[in-house]
Ligand binder design. Sequence first.
Ligand SMILES: [Fe+2]
Length: 138
Amino acid sequence: MGIMFSDDLKTNIVSIDLQHKELFRITNELLDACRQGKGTEFVSNVIDFLEKYVKTHFATEEKYMQDYNYTEYNFHKIQHEIFMRKVDDLKNEFYKNGPSLSFTVTVSSTIVNWLSNHIRNVDGELAKFLRKQSNFKE
Ligand SMILES: [Fe+2]
């Protein structure tokens, strides 16, 4: 049982959707590894991935917000900062304590919550705003 990139998660902004799909892909790989009893072996890949991913992905969205003077920029940016701090905490915990089953569960639930709440709601609002701008170009 993986997680699906369903239509209601699409922003219909190609670069953002492609990046969101990347996050789905690694999350499904982690869930697969967990099912095979290899979750704790795989989790370091996820931590490495997340560290790079949040930087490029959030920069992509924030560039759009700045280019089009998005009214909810501050709110949205704060949500990104909170998630980046979470990723940082996870990374520190990993380096301190190493992989464990409970850590792996925390990592996967942190990402799954993010996917279903942030992408659906916060990114959804941003996409709606962008598509309403008459001069919007991807
Ligand atoms: Fe976002």
